[in-house]
Design a protein around this ligand. Structure first.
Ligand SMILES: *Cc1c(COP(=O)(O)O)cnc(C)c1O
Length: 430
């Protein structure tokens, strides 16, 4: 597979190089030089998930990882269920939260970990990443126990839910967690400083594992095919897919699936009040406002960094711009949508509810709707219990960590402290 830097056409790399580097020169995103158009869609849809996903990724990535390696990677990474559940006569949901950390980020995180561990070929790597919740847990679980890869996760002390924190700070071994006395932005600033410090970047072989890594997106292409495969055949023709969006990686993956030939009539980019993209789609003006906090906090992003990839899909003619429609949902309607879903017998959480709200209002006669369920409702237990007025139970993944102690080390938001801590942690491992 060949990829090109969207900010510098002379910067071309292989899949392995793009995975190892993350971002290209001038902070440019890597984009496939060519997206293959598949002809045998019906036959692919008849295959089981793991087998089909291997075939899809093989078409995208090619042979560069070596014979049989991709099969191994996909089998290890995608070892949990991806069910489609019917909500009402015309609307279905794809549940992406049955992985070890109960959010769709498990797909990308696990696939990336398996790819990177093979690409690094035993050379030591340090993953340094800042999290506001879901990414940290997915990355920590995905890399837990992988030899020669150490993970350092920074999170803002007291600012993520206690359950979110327990999911990754109790693992230990090669997973090191740091509770920073500051907010998410100060954690991100510390990560940036580390990447700008050659002594740390080169000595510790830093990699960020963040959501702009191409391997994470390619993994996500696979579950859009799975969604269509589980729909009754007569429901596949006029399909509208609604994606709860923050950084827009998930929607990018859906559009790549469509470019490859997956039959989706149109996509909905559903956001919370951080509505840069819906406003842009209506006015043509890119005008990010200050980020505001909402109950769908994983989508509190006002400068989505995957958007240039969506523009490239449109500019290169893979996607007709009229097949992407954007709409924002405020807090009140998000809560209303959660209650409507509960009335239909389905317990959901704020992110999926945003997608459901826009979908149920834009679906036309004869169309079938599908929204992505991006996280398990128990991950947002307090909000869900408050809005629905009833207790919800914890799945085993959360119940088993509730009583365990956090192993996180507390640090001030000081780069010198972080650097000393990392050098001490990793001194024998490079
Ligand atoms: C990360 C996340 C999103 C946003 O996904 P993007 O790919 O960044 O648009 C939506 N819902 C949940 C639960 C998330 O964790």
């Amino acid at each position: 597979m060949e990829l090109v830097n969207l900010k510098d056409a002379s910067d071309k790399v292989s899949f392995s190089q793009a995975v190892a580097k993350g971002l290209g020169k001038h902070q440019g995103l890597y984009f496939p030089v060519e997206i293959p158009k598949l002809e045998n869609i019906e036959a692919l849809l008849d295959m089981p998930f793991v087998e089909r996903s291997t075939a899809l990724l093989h078409r995208l990535i090619g042979d560069e990882l070596g014979a049989g390696v991709l099969d191994e990677i996909v089998q290890t990474a995608f070892d949990f269920n991806v069910p489609v559940t019917q909500i009402n006569e015309d609307i279905y949901t794809l549940e992406l939260f049955h992985g070890p950390t109960l959010a769709f980020k498990d797909f990308g995180g696990r696939f990336m970990a398996q790819c990177l561990s093979r690409i690094a070929r035993g050379k030591p790597v340090t993953i340094l990443t800042a999290t506001s919740g879901d990414t940290g847990a997915a990355v920590a679980h995905a890399f837990h126990g992988i030899e020669n890869i150490n993970v350092v996760i920074l999170f803002p002390k007291g600012k993520i839910s206690p359950l979110q924190e327990k999911l990754f700070s109790t693992l230990g071994d090669n997973i090191h967690t740091v509770a920073v006395d500051g907010d998410f932005d100060s954690c991100q600033a510390l990560v940036k400083q580390a990447f700008d410090d050659p002594q740390v970047r080169d000595d510790l072989h830093l990699n960020s594992a963040n959501s702009i890594n191409i391997s994470r997106l390619l993994a996500q292409v696979c579950y859009y095919f799975e969604a269509v495969s589980q729909l009754p055949a007569e429901r596949r023709k006029e399909l509208v897919v609604s994606v709860p969006s923050g950084n827009f990686g998930n929607l990018t993956a859906g559009l790549i699936a469509k470019a490859m030939g997956l039959p989706v009539k149109r996509f909905i980019a559903a956001t919370n009040t951080n509505d840069t993209v819906p406003r842009f789609l209506k006015t043509g003006e890119w005008d990010p406002k200050a980020t505001v906090a909402t109950i769908s906090n994983a989508m509190d992003v006002s400068q989505p960094n995957n958007w240039p990839r969506i523009e490239a899909l449109i500019e290169k003619g893979y996607i007709d711009k009229h097949s992407v429609h954007g709409e924002a949902v405020d807090e009140q309607y998000t809560q209303l949508a959660m209650r409507q879903l509960a009335q239909a017998g389905y317990t959901s959480e704020p992110h999926a509810a945003v997608a459901y709200r826009v979908l149920s209002h834009s679906l036309e006669e004869g169309e079938t709707g599908l929204f992505l369920g991006t996280a398990h409702p128990a991950k947002f237990r307090e909000t869900v219990e408050n809005v629905l007025g009833q207790p919800i139970s914890l799945p085993p993944e959360l119940a088993s960590v509730v009583g365990e102690d956090s192993l996180a080390v507390e640090l001030n938001a000081s780069y010198e402290e972080l650097k000393a801590h990392m050098q001490h942690l990793l001194k024998d491992k490079q």
